[in-house]
Structures are given as C-alpha cells and as structure tokens.
Write a protein that binds this ligand. Sequence first.
Ligand SMILES: C[S@@+](CC[C@H](N)C(=O)[O-])C[C@H]1O[C@@H](n2cnc3c(N)ncnc32)[C@H](O)[C@@H]1O
Length: 282
Amino acid sequence: MPPTAIRMTDAQFDRLRKIVYERSGIHFQDTKKYVLESRLSRRVEELEFDDFDQYLLFLTTGPYQSDEFQEMFNRITINETSFFRNEPQLDVFEKQVLPKLLESRRTTKKLRIWSAACSTGEEPYTLAIQLHRSLGVRLGDWHIDILGTDISEKVLEIAQAGRYASYSMRSINPLVLKRYFKEENGSYQLDPTIQSMVNFELLNFKDSIAARRFGSFDVIFCRNVLIYFDDPMKLHCARLFHSQLVDDGTLFIGHSESLRNVNVPFEPVPVPQAFAYVKKAA
Ligand SMILES: C[S@@+](CC[C@H](N)C(=O)[O-])C[C@H]1O[C@@H](n2cnc3c(N)ncnc32)[C@H](O)[C@@H]1O
C-alpha cells in the first residue's frame, strides 16, 4: 500500500494516545508515534478528513463514536500470535496443571478456561487441542468450556473461521498439524471438533462489568498483552483475573511479563517456564 500524506503532529499524538489509554489501557510510549500515525492515517483519508484534528473530533464527538473506537482498536492493536506459542509453558499446563485439575474436577466433570486477549484464536485452539488429546475418548463425558476474548472485532472474525496461513503454524509439531488441520489451497482449516470447543466474545479489559457476565474460570491465560499496559492497568487486569478465577485457579502470563509490582494475592507457581500464578484468597 502506498504511504499516505497525512501526518500526525506531536500534539495530536498526545491527545490520541491519552484517549486510547483511557478507553483501553493500551499505553503508547513517546517513541511510538509512528505506530499510531502509520496505522490510522489511511483511516483519516478513508473518512475524507484533511488531518488528525478532524479525526479526533469525529472520534470524540461524532455520532458514530463507538463504531469508530471499534474500528480504531481493530487497526491499532498488535495481534501477533501462533499455535503452540511458548511450548515449554504449555507443557507445564498440559502435563502438570491439567492432570491435577481433571482429578479435582472428576465429580463435576466441568472445566472452564479463558484465553483473555486471544487475538486470532491460535491460543484458545491450542488449549482445546491439549484438552482433546489429554482426555481422549473421555472428552464426551466432560463439559469443557473454552472462551477466547479480544478487544478487536477483526481478529475474532478470523478466529471464528478457524482457517490459518502457514505463518500461524510456525511452532507446531508436524504430527499435530496433520492430526488437527486439513490443508486446502495453501491454508489450514482446523478440525471442526476442536473449533466447537471454543467460543469467542468481544471484550475490552477496561470493562470489568462486561467481563463478569462470563462467570468464573479454572484457568486464565493472559499472555503477551500486559506488556502494552502500565502499572495501574496491570493492577486493574490482575484484580479482574483474581475475581474471575475459582479459589484454586491458575493464571498464566507471557514469559516477558510479571505481576511483581502488582499487589494482588497470587502465589507464583514454582516451576521453571511456568510463568503462572495460583490464586490465593483475598
Ligand atoms: C500480542 S496479542 C496476544 C495473543 C495471544 N494471547 C498470544 O500470546 O499469542 C495481544 C492481544 O491483546 C489484545 N488487547 C489489547 N488491549 C486489550 C484490552 N484492553 N482488552 C482486551 N484485549 C486487548 C489485542 O487486540 C491483541 O489481539
């Protein structure tokens, strides 16, 4: 795509990043003006505005504010993900956390997992594959509920389709690829059984009330999104996840993320590569 002529001034960047932060908690550092500029200048052109001042007016006072916020989040979020991303951590989930959970839930046979900020769906579908191969023929006896949520509508549409380019498969074992995907014209269609194990919903972490309607979870994965947040937003998210985990629930975060400065009762799981926390009572 050719570059557009619309440029963002420092003052416009400051106003826009403040609005983005208030609405989503995403913190654009001083050095990230080019990200907002490059991702939104075409939108300014599409709307036939002359500059970002007109866009800011439209975003904050126009009749279609909520639609435009959605459009903006579709464009400015970083959605990098893949199947079996950070496999050592997923091994801890599958080989250590999951067997204990299946044992402790053997009477109710109910398990709820939330992939929070799931992007295009590779993470919740990976968890579904792990559940599928762990339970085998017992899967039918269980109520497995895996929820994937994201702030971007665009990524959720891709997730729902369950069709992926080979780039999404860069960390997948070839046997798993063969077992769970069908190759069609250079892309990979996910097995419908795995697809049916996951539901997707739009959710902005800022909206704790909307999050509560999803109920409580045994496990929450929230990986590679806290890096875009500052400490107050991390605290907000940690409180949200704490309140939505069952008492012995586990939270997995990204390998470059931490809850160190966040004062919420979580106990780190003392296993190398786990990057996980167990909920302690508040
Ligand atoms: C880098 S992806 C991570 C995907 C996946 N969890 C993984 O680790 O592979 C980060 C995702 O966080 C989402 N996100 C950013 N801010 C959010 C917010 N305030 N609420 C919900 N999702 C958000 C983005 O849309 C993006 O899809």
